[in-house]
Design a protein around this ligand. Structure first.
Ligand SMILES: [Zn+2]
Length: 419
């Protein structure tokens, strides 16, 4: 199973927007760009919403058949490890092996020594096409990298082999993710991480590194965009080199996590991808659910009431909702509108405050992030929320499709989708 050059991870908290999401990819295909959908949902998300991996498979299959999508599509067991992968095995054909927790724990001294020995042929000045300067690699560097990353990659290897044993046809895509860690990986680290991945026999088709800056959920990139561009470009260069050197899959590409709404870096990514003729997997982060709220608000009537109610409840449960997301949100509590204010708004005002249009004076990153983490409340509403989604389907679907196509895909494919 070979993942295509361009793929997008479409998270969908409540599994109701499969068709509306896929519609954006149909539009891209009609305009000349093939991007395949990967429906992703993490263990944490399933736990909070009360869904199972099988629901994601059903959603994907239904959307594909409703729109007669003839291209590939995938279901991603997102951020899994050995302890929770089993319940994803049947319904998934894409596995994101999250090894971030093991980074920094050293592998056995023997393993580290063997690793340094094996790869010491790369010591000295190593020229990698696309990098501004040669990498200067010492045995000490390789040892330090092995101490920091080898155990994590060994663990990914164990998880990979576990999945491969259960899925005997071998028909699945493997991603290795290291994004949920403190420090971005340097080009040198990336090179030897890829060496370790090859050594473990993991046929990784995507790799998710940590980049500089903040990838807060649902809002734009916060950080040094020039530094991001540098790291992104260096990663592309190292991956292209590693594919040839280590015999990794030829379609190995970068995966950018929490990729929703990172508008200020999309053009930089597009430029670098073009330079290396590289592919991309962009994993969006569940902002489809915010488009549901916008669609409900714009629908008016009890749709708007549901949207307002969710905000009111979210405010009163602020700490509980924010706590699990603390490292990936940045909300100024004092900048949030009060429940009374919001209850006086019409649907258009609610939508303008929530929609990610930075040029709109009513747009609030605080309101948006507060609602982003409030999906637990919609999950608890259960039937009332799902009924509203069904009643306002047209308004909701229009927002979901437009968000993906106009705000995400167009800036990533400037020549073709946004001439
Ligand atoms: Zn991630």
């Amino acid at each position: 199973m070979q993942l295509e050059k361009y793929s997008i991870g479409v998270g969908d908290r409540f599994a109701r927007q499969g068709k509306a999401q896929l519609q954006a990819l149909v539009m891209a295909k009609d305009a000349g760009v093939e991007i395949v959908p990967v429906w992703n949902k993490s263990y944490r998300e399933h736990t909070i919403v009360g869904t199972s991996p099988d629901d994601v498979r059903k959603e994907a299959d239904a959307a594909v058949s409703a729109l007669n999508w003839t291209g590939s599509y995938y279901v991603d067991a997102d951020h899994i490890g050995l302890d929770n992968v089993d319940e994803f095995v049947d319904s998934s054909d894409f596995f994101t092996l999250d090894v971030a927790d093991a980074i920094g724990t050293a592998a056995s001294a023997d393993d580290v020594r063997a690793f340094v020995e094996k790869w010491s042929k790369y010591t000295g000045n190593l020229a990698i096409p696309g990098l501004d300067a040669a990498l200067h690699v010492t045995r000490g560097d390789i040892e330090a990298i092995a101490r920091k990353f080898l155990l994590a990659v060994q663990e990914a290897g164990r998880t990979y082999r576990h999945i491969a044993e259960k899925k005997r046809n071998g028909n699945f895509v493997t991603e290795v993710s290291m994004d949920e860690t403190d420090q971005p990986q340097s080009p040198k680290e990336m090179l030897f991480i890829l060496a370790a991945i090859a050594e473990q026999g993991i046929p990784a088709q995507t790799i998710a590194p940590k980049f500089t800056g903040e990838f807060y959920k649902g809002i734009d990139y916060v950080g040094d965009t020039a530094q991001f561009e540098k790291e992104f470009t260096e990663d592309l260069a190292v991956i292209a080199f590693a594919v040839k050197e280590f015999g990794l899959p030829g379609n190995l590409k970068l995966s950018v996590h929490s990729g929703s709404d990172k508008f200020s870096v999309y053009p930089l990514m597009a430029k670098a991808l073009k330079r290396f003729d590289a592919g991309l997997h962009l994993k969006t982060a569940g902002t489809t659910w915010l488009e549901e709220l916008i669609g409900l608000a714009e629908g008016g009537g009890d749709g708007l009431e549901v949207a307002k109610d969710i905000y009111t409840q979210a405010l009163s449960r602020y700490d509980e909702l924010c706590e699990p997301y603390a490292p990936v949100i940045d909300i100024d509590k004092n900048a949030l509108p009060t429940a009374d204010e919001v209850s006086s708004w019409d649907g258009a005002r609610y939508a303008r405050t929530l929609r990610h249009d930075q040029a709109c004076p009513d747009y609030s990153i605080h309101f948006r992030q507060m609602l982003h983490v409030a999906y637990k409340i919609a999950a608890e509403m259960g039937t009332r929320y799902y009924d509203a989604l069904a009643r306002y389907e047209e308004s909701v679907a229009g927002n979901v499709t437009t968000n993906l196509f106009d705000r995400h895909l167009k800036p990533l494919f400037p020549g073709t989708l946004n001439p």
